[in-house]
Structure formats: structure tokens, C-alpha cells
Design a protein around this ligand. Structure first.
Ligand code: HEC
Length: 221
């Protein structure tokens, strides 16, 4: 997680600098020795509430647990109105349980509407990210209002609706990464960097670069 924290920290600094009307260029250097006595370094404790991203392999799952049984009540009161009591979808909102995997792949091949047949049993690669999405994003009208244990429970209930875990299963920071999602094999982790290119900041062209305006004028002339 240190990588993530570093980048968030970097963003915070840049935003702070802009708020102060300063150029961001000198900030990185200033940071090491403190910023001219202005402000203070952000602490790990202050970052903690924001540092909630969970990775597909279970990294950063918060400590806690919830059973399928415990998830029924919160699901019925906070989710069923949109996703259906049995996960069948309601009022045009997505299903929790979609077509079984082979059938889903077949309809995609035939060019049929994949979205209407989608569910966590065919379009979700990893249980930890399902938990993450539910905890931070659902219920739709009040995202982020469920606690950790409640989010584990409701995720477990959804996984059970979609026939992925049985009724006795307990979802927790220790079990989520081992849940085998039916669509797992269709998800590939691309570990390549976003780009290999190094950013060029000076003497980047060995020719006179054309600016778009000039190029367009050239065409119309
Ligand atoms: C007011 C309607 C509404 C409620 C209530 C609601 N959701 Fe959703 N949900 C949506 C919509 C809309 C989407 C799709 C758009 C999106 O992901 O932002 C969605 C998407 C999802 C998905 C992803 C489905 C997929 O196939 O990608 C899951 C899982 C989910 N919701 C779970 C829940 C859970 C669990 C609750 C209760 C805690 C809940 N939702 C409450 C409207 C709702």
C-alpha cells in the first residue's frame, strides 16, 4: 500500500499548492524539508479513512466478517427494492444473479444483450473487489453508510443469491480472496506500467514541431 499512499500524498501536496496559488514545480523539493513552516505533513492516521481501496487479491481488506444469514436483513431493507428479493433485478436495476457462465458466454457470442443477463456470477472476477464496490458504492441512495461487518454480510448474501457460496459461509478479510468466482478465468491482471515512455521536458523534437492551427491553415490554403 505504500505506493498508493505516496501517490495520494503527492496529489494532496499538488492540490494544496494550487490552493495557495503557488507553482507545483518546487513543491517536491520543499516537501522533504517541510514546506516553509506552512501546514504540516499528513499522518498515516489522517490518510486511513481514505485509504479504503481493496485489491482483487484481498490486499487491504478491512478486518471484519459477516455471514450470509446476517446479510439477509440489510439486503431486504436496503438492496432488494432495486436488485430484487432474489437478486433478479427490479425496476430496471441490475440483477445480482445473472445467467450461468456458459449461457452468458453463448449470448455474448451471438451478440445478444449481455448487460441484461449480467450478474456477479458471470461478470465479476474477484470477491474482494465485489466487497469493495458494495461497501463504498451501495446502497445507491446512501453510499458508504454500511459498516465493515454489515458490508461483509451483505456481500455474502449477494454471493449466496448468485450460488457462489453456500448458506453456512462466512465472508471476512480472511476468506474473501479464496472465493472462486465463476468468471475469474476471464479476468486478466495486466501488470504492465501505463506507459514505458519517459516524459520529455526539453529539446524533445529534432524538427520544428507543427502546431495544429498552422497545419489546418496549410490544408485550407
Ligand atoms: C436505488 C437503487 C439501488 C439500491 C437501493 C442498491 N443498488 Fe446496487 N446498483 C444500482 C445501480 C443503478 C447499479 C449499476 C450502476 C452502478 O454500478 O453504479 C448497481 C450495481 C450494483 C452491483 C454491481 C452489479 C453488476 O452487475 O455490476 C452490485 C453488486 C450492487 N449494486 C449491490 C447492491 C447492494 C448489496 C445493495 C444494498 C446494500 C444495493 N446494491 C442497493 C442501484 C441500487
Amino acid at each position: 500500500m505504500s505506493k498508493l499512499k505516496t501517490s495520494k500524498f503527492g496529489l494532496g501536496l499538488a492540490a494544496g499548492a494550487m490552493a495557495l496559488g503557488l507553482s507545483t514545480a518546487g513543491i517536491a523539493a520543499e516537501h522533504a524539508s517541510g514546506f516553509n513552516g506552512i501546514g504540516k505533513n499528513i499522518t498515516d492516521k489522517a490518510i486511513e479513512p481514505w485509504d479504503i481501496s481493496v485489491f482483487y487479491d484481498g490486499e487491504n481488506l478491512p478486518k471484519g466478517s459477516g455471514t450470509v444469514e446476517a446479510g439477509q436483513d440489510p439486503y431486504d431493507t436496503q438492496c432488494a427494492m432495486c436488485h430484487g428479493a432474489f437478486g433478479e433485478g427490479a425496476e430496471g436495476y441490475p440483477k445480482m444473479a445473472g445467467d450461468p457462465m456458459p449461457q452468458f458466454i453463448e449470448s455474448l457470442k451471438q451478440g445478444l444483450d449481455g448487460v441484461g443477463n449480467r450478474g456477479v456470477n458471470n461478470a465479476w472476477g474477484h470477491a474482494p473487489t465485489l466487497f469493495d464496490m458494495i461497501k463504498r458504492h451501495m446502497p445507491f441512495y446512501a453510499p458508504g453508510t454500511m459498516g465493515v461487518d454489515e458490508s461483509y454480510a451483505v456481500t455474502c448474501y449477494v454471493l449466496n443469491l448468485a450460488n457462489i457460496v453456500d448458506y453456512e459461509f462466512t465472508c471476512s478479510n480472511e476468506t474473501m480472496a479464496d472465493v472462486k468466482m465463476p468468471a475469474a478465468d476471464y479476468y486478466v491482471t495486466d501488470t504492465r506500467p501505463d506507459t514505458d515512455n519517459q516524459r520529455c521536458m526539453s529539446d524533445c523534437y529534432d524538427y520544428e514541431p507543427k502546431v495544429v492551427g498552422a497545419a489546418v491553415t496549410g490544408v485550407s490554403e
